[in-house]
Design a protein around this ligand. Sequence first.
Ligand SMILES: [Zn+2]
Length: 377
Amino acid sequence: MEVQLKRKPVGQEALADRLADRADQGTLAHAMLFTGPAGRGGLALALALARRLHCTTKGAERPCGSCPSCQQHDQLQHPDLHFTYPVVKPPGKDKALSADQLGTWRALLMEEGPHFDMVDLRDRMSLGNKQPFISVHEASDILRRLSLTAHAGGWKVQVIWGAQWMRTDTANKLLKVIEEPPAKTVFILLADNTENILATILSRTQIVPIPPVGDAEVGSWLKGLGAQGEQVTDAVGLCEGDLARARRLVREDAAGEFAMFVDWMRTTFARDGRKAAGLADAFHDLGRESQKQFLLYALHMVRQCIVGNYGAASAVRLRASERGFAEKFAAYIHHGNVVDMQSELEKALRDVSGNVYGRTVFLDLSMRMMELLHRPR
Ligand SMILES: [Zn+2]
């Protein structure tokens, strides 16, 4: 997978070239904020830019891929490339520092390439229910690192991945250095959007929106991972130009959720109370996380039916296997019941998250659905 680190960012070649040109012409902003879901490749762009800045070969063919700097980049070991990302405090420690999780971060990057997101990182870090963040101690660490002379005498690159998880005190501590970094220092902040970034940070960075990856590029990238046929077509249609999501769609088989949803809707439409009770037991046995996933899936299906009924058919995002059922089911979803249906599903989600007994949640929900599905238009 190391090969993924050497390539130009998937589907973002034009933007990569533009950034490289700015670097060559000396017009690169000293602090940039790449915005867009992580799976679009902001980190891939940051790594490509760092590689170009650090490559010691002269001439147009940079990065060369063979000089000592390029080789250090291949191993994610370049001494002037620094990573900050959200973490939690390790047991027994009083500070949450990215450096403590560097092994996990490097392994994820080497094995999966740069197109991962917070879901993937969470999986690796086994955080449980803890919310990772970028602490004020990490900000001190950044200041300390950047005050040192660059090892190779060239550019220092500080990547802040998941900048939306910076605490306010963290962001405040970094304001000055982001406004006036030491010489030959580049800050690359990455965030899904600008919503959770302090205005004072926004005003000090050049915002670089990362566009969605094109369908053709997503498709060939997935094939490179070994996916094929309908799996690829479905994931391309659903991922919205986000490679991390596309890869998850290919890896996770949604067939189980779909079958259960169809069974549940048929049962409630037929007002079969006994079968609904049986399904409530099955739902209960799924466990809390899968219960949530199923309810989110049900919400998605209901929304897609409404999009199909009242919006453009081309906007419907469903797998090929789901379309046939959705077309028939959509006849029972309309303006007279869709709002209540969504709020019932959302309430069930809250209840499940709030530790209400799964069987009870599902039975109540089924009773409500029996009524709602038969409500006149
Ligand atoms: Zn090189």
